[in-house]
Write a protein that binds this ligand. Structure first.
Ligand SMILES: NC(=O)c1ccc[n+]([C@@H]2O[C@H](COP(=O)([O-])OP(=O)(O)OC[C@H]3O[C@@H](n4cnc5c(N)ncnc54)[C@H](OP(=O)(O)O)[C@@H]3O)[C@@H](O)[C@H]2O)c1
Length: 283
């Protein structure tokens, strides 16, 4: 935990009083809305993560912290920075590097004190010459399983751990982890994609576990798992051939729908797995 300077501590305590009064109004047994002021999008260089940053900034207020591995290389983020310079902070964070997660966490706590929304959007399905979605058990390799687990399951949980290991002022109201319907065991009728599927299933269980633990805290934090649909991004490009007409979403459409799910999240939604249209997905 960072050492706060006296000045920061005073500012944080004033802010904490404001947050407490807002929380009293926002949090109740039947409903909850994150207050929209400080959001972090992890995995924001492109695709769905970048679109979340854009749509959050296009709202009337609130700060957004966008993290990615190579900030200088993300044209999309740098264009947003030029347009929303006061409300967007870009930090370097590689989800496989705990030091970089800790460094981002430190600078967020130093500048903002807390988060109201954390979206873990990073993910990996295939990497040319490194990671191939397996069509059969014969193609399963330890290195692919490990890489998919590291990026898709372990990373988001470490980000949430470092952010969530704080009191109410240092906490956040909604954690939204980007999962995938293929991570559902009950829905698995096709098989294949062993590494990706299993890593998303692991993310689901780890997030459900967090939800149970966070549910016991006084300061309620709602954890959601979100399936964005099949979205036209780099991740889905090699697999779009067989997507039925009308089922390949734009990232604009998918993120609009996912933000509706986040905006309408209630305490009773803690630990649930939702599709883009708000429908529950079986485990
Ligand atoms: N697109 C779909 O149809 C679909 C369907 C279901 C679920 N999802 C899920 O939705 C999420 C977003 O997917 P997308 O379609 O936007 O994918 P994408 O366009 O391929 O973007 C993937 C993002 O993950 C980041 N990333 C990968 N490894 C990372 C690491 N080690 N550290 C930090 N960031 C890392 C990438 O950063 P770099 O630019 O640095 O590589 C990029 O920002 C993923 O979790 C994916 O599994 C997508």
């Amino acid at each position: 935990m960072i050492q706060m300077t006296r000045q920061f501590a005073t500012a944080a305590s004033q802010q904490s009083m404001r947050i407490k009064s807002i929380r009293k109004a926002w949090f109740s047994r039947s409903s909850l809305q994150w207050d929209g002021r400080i959001s972090m999008v992890q995995g924001a260089s492109r695709g769905i993560g970048l679109e979340f940053v854009k749509q959050l900034l296009e709202r009337n207020g609130g700060n957004v912290i966008a993290t990615c591995r190579n900030p200088l290389e993300s044209t999309g983020l740098n264009e947003l920075k030029a347009k929303f310079s006061d409300r967007l902070d870009i930090l370097k964070l590689d989800i496989t590097d705990e030091n970089s997660i800790q460094a981002s966490s430190n600078s967020i706590k130093e500048k903002f004190g807390h988060l109201n929304l954390l979206i873990n959007a990073s993910g990996v399905l295939s990497i040319p010459d490194v990671l191939h979605p397996e069509t059969t058990l014969r193609k399963v390799e330890k290195s692919s399983l490990m890489l998919a687990y590291e990026v898709n399951a372990i990373g988001p949980i470490l980000v949430t751990k470092i952010g969530g290991d704080t009191d109410i002022e240092g906490g956040f109201a909604v954690v939204a982890n980007l999962s995938a319907r293929v991570g559902s065991i009950g829905d698995n009728g096709l098989g294949g994609w062993h590494s990706y599927r299993a890593s998303k299933t692991a993310l689901n269980q780890l997030t459900k576990n967090l939800a149970v633990e966070f549910g016991r805290r006084k300061d309620q934090i709602v954890c959601l798992l979100l399936h964005p649909g099949t979205v036209d991004t780099d991740l889905s490009k090699p697999f779009q051939k067989n997507v039925p007409n009308g089922k390949l979403f734009t990232k604009e459409f998918s993120v609009q729908k996912l933000l509706n799910v986040i905006d309408s999240a209630k305490i009773s939604d803690n630990g649930k797995f939702f599709a883009w249209d708000g429908q529950l997905i079986q485990w």
